[in-house]
Each structure stands twice: as C-alpha cells, then as structure tokens.
Write a protein that binds this ligand. Structure first.
Ligand code: CAA
Ligand code: NAD
Length: 283
C-alpha cells in the first residue's frame, strides 16, 4: 500500500468531509478540494471539531488527533491532485457534473492514479467512459456518516480491473469498513433497496395515511431502524434522495417514480438538515 498513501477528496460536503476525516485518522495524507471555498472552510471546521470530540471521549489520543489534522491539506486548485494516488469524488449527485469533473481529473491525475466515485446511484461505467483509464475507475460508496457507518459498497464498472478492485477493497478495509461488491446497476445494492422505502414513506405522508411523526415512529419502533425514513431522508438530504430516485426511475422504470411531495420539497429548497428545513424544521 506504500504507493497508495495520498488520497484526494473532491467535495467537502457531508460525505467528502467525513471521508477525509476517516482517511487522516487512518494515517493517510489527504488533499481536500471543493469548488466553494466556504464549503471547504466549513469542512475543515467540522473535521477539526469531530476529531476534538473523539479526543475528548478518549477514542483518540491528543497526539493522534494532532497528527490527523496535520495529514489534511485543503487545496484551491484541482491541479494539485497530481500528487494523489487515489482520488475519491464526493460532489453533487449529477451525472453531467461528475462527468465533467472525471474528464478534468483524468487529465490531471498521474497515470497510475485510481479515480473513485462516492456516487449513490450513478453508473460507474458511464463516468469511466469520459476518461482514458476506464479500468482505473471504480465506485467507492461510503454510508453517511462515513466515520461511523461500517460499510463501504464497492461498485465495479464494466471495465474496472481486478487489481483496482483489490486495491480499493484493501483501502476501504484500512479505513475500518466491511466491503460489499455490487455490479453497476442503478442504485447498486443499498440505495436500490433503501431509497424506494424512503420514497414510499413520502407517498404514505402525501396520501394522508399518517403524520410524519407516526410514520417515523412506526419504522423506528416497529422495525428497529435507528432513524425513521423521513428523518433519515432529511439526514441524507432531500436533494440527494430525489437525484437517486430519478436515476432509479430512469434506469428501472415507473415503479420508481419519485413521490410528488419529495419533488415539491426539493423545489422549495427544503433539502433537509443541511438547510435547516426538510420534512422537519431544525433550529
Ligand atoms: N465523526 C466521528 N464520530 C461521530 C460523528 C462523526 N462525524 N458523528 C457521530 N459520531 C459518534 C459520536 O461521537 C458518538 O460516539 P460515542 O458513542 O463514542 O459517544 C456516536 O457516533 C453516536 O453519535 P450520537 O450519540 O451523536 O448519535 P446517535 O447515537 O443518535 O447516532 C447515527 C447517530 C449514527 C447517525 C444514527 O442515528 C444512525 O445510525 N442513523 C442512520 C444512519 C444511516 O442509515 N445511514 C445510511 C444512510 S444511506 C447512505 O448513506 C447511502 C446513500 O447513498 C444515501
Ligand atoms: P453535499 O451537498 O453535502 O456536498 C457536496 C459538495 O460538493 C458541496 O460542498 C459542493 O460545493 C461541492 N461541489 C459541487 N460541485 C462541485 C464540483 N464540480 N467540484 C468540486 N466541488 C463541488 O453532498 P453530499 O451529501 O456530501 O453528497 C456528495 C456525494 O456523495 C453525492 O454523490 C451523493 O449522492 C453521495 N452520497 C451521499 C450520501 C448522503 O447521505 N448524503 C451518502 C452516500 C453517498
């Protein structure tokens, strides 16, 4: 693994900042980039606060926490990813925006570098198709919040090589994750199953079957989920949920049509916790 020590992370939102945190705590060097400089500043603050919490709770020694922060470098220019061995993309869930980025990264990254995507649903094969290195493009899907959730879902595109799969699997394991492997179909494994449940929770609310509180309590206490589906949707981001549903709908048919209430909330800018309002209001 000596040659896979520098990790680039593109996107400093909730997933990118969590992935960067995981990697620096594991002793890897991280270059973190976001096109929005304020998002990058927020990411640094949230990683620093999270590491201080881990130190305060005794999960990490003070020197280990200090070293972790030293492993983080925020960069202002994509060109600096030239130094990275693996670049993990965690930007907005849009195929067009991701393709543009992959095409740029392909020109910048060293020939041996692996380009990984944290996409929730978008085809890895199609992202790989805009690069000159499709065998080195792979899905590396962390769950939210990345420092806590134990899973990494790895998605092989049509041309992903066995060597790249093995390298990314061992990287995920180094970050403490249990790995599952999915073929490249819309939503892969986890979101193929989770997102229709969340969408159905929206339909249950939309059609007046029950209140949001009863829907969430029903699924929390009735099926032992840590969060109800509407609360979880707010946590994931309603914008992200809608983008995933659109990929499922386009790829798998009308059974996966996004609920009009979910569409309306996103139209209204009610993206969930990150905006202070989604299904619920956050103070
Ligand atoms: N970094 C490090 N540690 C963190 C952290 C972070 N960002 N956030 C929380 N923690 C730690 C806390 O310090 C705490 O540690 P201790 O137990 O040692 O004190 C522990 O995690 C639990 O935190 P809290 O007590 O604050 O919160 P909680 O017990 O209510 O759990 C939760 C929070 C883990 C998010 C839990 O509610 C949960 O599991 N929710 C469901 C999450 C889920 O389903 N995620 C998957 C979404 S789907 C997805 O991600 C795929 C996709 O593509 C959309
Ligand atoms: P987010 O909105 O919190 O963050 C996205 C970040 O990407 C923002 O800071 C934005 O400024 C930045 N960005 C957008 N376009 C960019 C570009 N062209 N170049 C550089 N930075 C850019 O989103 P998120 O929830 O962190 O999701 C990021 C990715 O992770 C998405 O593909 C999403 O589907 C996936 N994902 C999300 C979750 C979740 O629960 N939210 C879970 C697993 C995977």
């Amino acid at each position: 693994m000596a040659e896979r020590e520098v990790i680039g992370v593109v996107g400093g939102g909730q997933m990118g900042s969590g992935i960067a945190q995981l990697a620096i705590v594991a002793g890897l060097h991280v270059l973190l980039y976001d096109s929005d400089s304020e998002a990058l500043a927020r990411a640094t603050n949230s990683i620093s606060a999270s590491i201080s919490r881990l130190v305060a709770k005794g999960h990490l020694s003070q020197p280990a926490g200090d070293n972790a922060m030293k492993n983080l470098k925020c960069i202002q220019n994509l060109e600096e990813f030239r130094a990275a061995d693996v670049i993990i993309e965690a930007i907005v869930e849009s195929e067009d925006v991701k393709k543009k980025l992959f095409s740029e990264l392909d020109k910048i990254a060293k020939v041996s570098a692996i380009l990984a995507s944290n996409t929730s649903s978008i085809s890895i094969t199609r992202l790989a198709s805009v690069t000159t290195r499709p065998s080195q493009v792979i899905g590396m899907h962390f769950m939210n919040p990345p420092p806590i959730m134990k899973l990494s879902e790895i998605i092989r595109g049509a041309d992903t090589s066995d060597e790249v799969y093995v390298t990314i699997k061992s990287l995920a394991e180094r970050l403490g994750k249990t790995v599952i492997c999915s073929q490249d179909y819309p939503g892969f494994i986890v979101n193929r199953i989770l997102m229709p449940m969340i969408n159905e929770a929206f339909y249950t609310l939309y059609t007046g079957v029950a209140t949001k509180e009863d829907i969430d309590t029903g699924m929390k206490l009735g099926t032992n989920h840590p969060m109800g589906p509407l609360e979880l949707a707010d946590f994931i981001g309603l914008d992200v949920c809608l983008s995933i549903m659109k990929v499922l709908h386009e790829g798998l048919g009308d059974k996966y049509s996004p609920c009009p209430l979910l569409v309306q909330y996103v139209d209204a800018g009610r993206f969930g916790r990150k905006k202070g309002i989604g299904v619920y209001l956050y103070q």
